[in-house]
Design a protein around this ligand. Structure first.
Ligand code: S3P
Length: 443
C-alpha cells in the first residue's frame, strides 16, 4: 500500500449521507468483556481495524476463540477464570493504549506470566497510571521506567482497592473496573468523569456497579466475582471518526452531510458542544437508546460565521481525541481568539499531540501561544494557504494523519504531502475512500 497521500486541491461542495465505522472504545470493550462472559457473545458492526484485531488476537492468545463473519463477530467466553495460556505468553497491543491498559485489569489473577509489548509509539507512553493501581490489587509487574514491554503475573487473591483517579482517564478507570470483577469484595474509585462505556456495559449486564455523581468527582463502587452470561451487541458509529467529516463540512462552502447512527453518549460529545458554541451548524437527530448507549444521526452544514471560544477545561475529557482537530482547523479559521486550558493529557497520546498542534498551527501561519499546557489561538477567517506542506515524523498518529487531510481539503495550499497513510488502519481504515466518495481528490 502507498504510504504517502498527496492532496493539491480543496474539496468541492457536496451534500451526502454517510456511515462511519463502529466505535473503537466500544469495540475493544466488547471483545474484552465478552471474553469473560459465559458462552457465545455476538457483536454487529464491530470496528474492523488494527486496534480491534489486536484485541481479538490478544484474547485468542489467552485461550478464547473468536470468529469474524461478514457483518458480525462471535466470541466464545469462558467466564471470569477462563483464560488459559502458557508461561511467558507474548501479547502485542500494537498501537492501542486502550487495549494495553485494559488487558492488565483482566490479567489480575493470571497464574502464568505474560509479556506485554506495543509498537514504537505505544512503547513511549506512560504505564505508571495503570501499574500503580494494579500493584495495589496485588499484581506483579516488572517494568523499566513504567514503559512497555512489561512482564505481568497475577495474584491468586486479588484484593479490592480504594483508588483516586485524577487524570480523567477512562483507560485507567476501566482497567480498575476489569480487575475489580475478579476480586471478592468492593472496589471504590473516586474519579474525575471520563468516557463511561465500561460502566454502561456493566449496568446493561446487571453487574453490581453503583455510581454517585458529586460536584467534581464521581464515586464508583463495584462488587466483584459475579459471572455473567454471553450477550449480543450492535456497535454504533464512532464520533471520533465522524468528527473529521463534521469539521470538513463546517469548513466547506455550501456543503451538507448527514452522518448516520453515531454514538452520542454524553461523555463523548464535547466536540458537538464546542463547535455549536463556535457557531457551527450541527443538529442531532433521531436519538435512540440502545443497551445503555445513545446513538443518533448528526447533521452538519457549512458554517461561515465561526467565532473563537473559551473552552471550559471541564469539557476536555469529553472531547479529548477531537481537541487537536478543533484547535488546528476550527479555532484557526474562527473569528477572534480561542482559549483552552489544562491540556497536559494531550501530551500522553499516540504522540505528544499538544506539541503537534503547536507545530501545525505555526506551519500554517496561525499565531498560537502555549504556556503551562494552556493555549491561546489567534483565529483568522481569511486564512488562505499558498505554500506546499509536508507532514511527517508524527509517530504514525492516525488522528494527526486524518487532521492533515482535512486541513489540505479545506484550507487549500499548493500541495500537501502527508506521510504514514497506513496509520488510519488503527481506527478508520476506510477514511480515504469515504472522502473520495464525497468528491475529494487524494492521490
Ligand atoms: C479511551 C480513552 C481515552 C482516549 C482513547 C480511548 C478509551 O484515553 O484518548 O482514545 O477507550 O478508554 P485516556 O483514558 O488516556 O484519556
Amino acid at each position: 500500500m502507498k504510504k504517502i497521500s498527496f492532496i493539491n486541491e480543496k474539496i468541492k461542495k457536496y451534500n451526502k449521507k454517510i456511515y462511519v465505522p463502529g466505535d473503537k472504545s466500544l469495540s475493544i470493550r466488547f471483545v474484552l468483556i465478552a471474553s469473560q462472559a459465559i458462552g457465545k457473545s455476538t457483536a454487529y458492526n464491530l470496528l474492523k481495524s488494527e486496534d480491534v484485531m489486536n484485541a481479538l488476537k490478544t484474547i485468542k492468545k489467552l485461550g478464547i476463540n473468536y470468529r469474524i463473519k461478514k457483518n458480525f463477530c462471535e466470541i466464545d467466553g469462558k467466564g471470569l477464570g477462563g483464560f488459559k495460556f502458557k508461561n511467558n505468553t507474548i501479547i502485542n497491543a500494537g498501537n492501542s493504549g486502550t487495549l494495553a491498559r485494559l488487558i492488565l485489569g483482566l490479567l489480575i489473577n493470571s497464574k502464568k506470566k505474560v509479556i506485554l509489548k506495543g509498537d514504537k509509539s505505544l512503547s513511549k507512553r506512560d504505564f505508571s497510571r495503570v501499574i500503580l493501581p494494579m500493584k495495589k490489587f496485588g499484581q506483579n509487574i516488572d517494568s523499566k521506567n513504567n514503559k512497555l514491554p512489561i512482564g505481568i503475573k497475577g495474584t491468586n487473591y486479588p484484593t479490592p482497592i480504594n483508588y483516586i483517579e485524577s487524570k480523567a482517564s477512562a483507560q485507567v478507570k476501566s482497567c480498575i473496573l476489569l480487575a475489580a470483577m475478579k476480586t471478592n469484595g468492593i472496589t471504590n474509585i473516586k474519579c474525575i468523569p471520563s468516557r463511561d462505556h465500561t460502566e454502561r456495559l456493566y449496568k446493561y449486564l446487571k453487574l453490581p456497579i453503583k455510581i454517585k455523581k458529586e460536584k467534581k468527582f464521581e464515586l464508583i463502587s463495584f462488587k466483584g466475582t459475579k459471572n455473567y452470561k454471553a450477550f449480543n451487541y450492535t456497535i454504533p458509529g464512532d464520533i471520533s471518526s465522524a468528527s473529521f467529516f463534521i469539521v470538513l463540512t463546517l469548513l466547506t462552502k455550501n456543503s451538507k452531510i448527514l452522518i448516520k447512527n453515531v454514538n452520542v453518549n454524553n461523555s463523548r460529545t464535547g466536540i458537538i458542544d464546542i463547535l455549536k458554541k463556535m457557531n457551527g451548524k450541527i443538529k442531532i437527530k433521531n436519538k435512540k437508546i440502545y443497551k445503555g448507549e445513545e446513538s443518533a444521526d448528526i447533521e452538519c452544514k457549512y458554517s461561515p460565521n465561526l467565532k473563537g471560544i473559551k473552552i471550559n477545561p471541564k469539557i476536555n475529557s469529553r472531547a479529548i481525541d477531537e481537541l487537536p482537530l478543533i484547535f488546528c482547523l476550527v479555532c484557526a479559521k474562527a473569528k477572534g481568539v480561542s482559549y483552552a486550558k489544562k491540556l497536559g493529557e494531550l501530551r500522553h497520546k499516540e504522540q505528544d499531540r499538544l506539541k503537534f498542534v503547536l507545530k501545525f498551527l505555526k506551519m500554517i501561519g496561525v499565531k498560537v501561544i502555549e504556556k503551562n499546557n494552556n493555549l491561546k489561538i489567534y483565529g483568522n477567517p481569511d486564512l488562505k494557504l499558498k505554500q506546499s506542506y509536508i507532514i511527517k515524523n508524527f509517530m504514525k498518529d492516525h488522528r494527526a494523519f486524518m487532521l492533515a487531510c482535512i486541513a489540505a481539503l479545506t484550507l487549500g495550499g499548493k500541495k500537501w504531502i502527508i506521510h504514514d497513510k497506513d496509520s488510519i488502519d488503527t481506527s478508520f481504515p476506510n477514511f480515504i475512500s469515504l472522502l473520495k466518495n464525497l468528491g475529494a481528490k487524494i492521490h
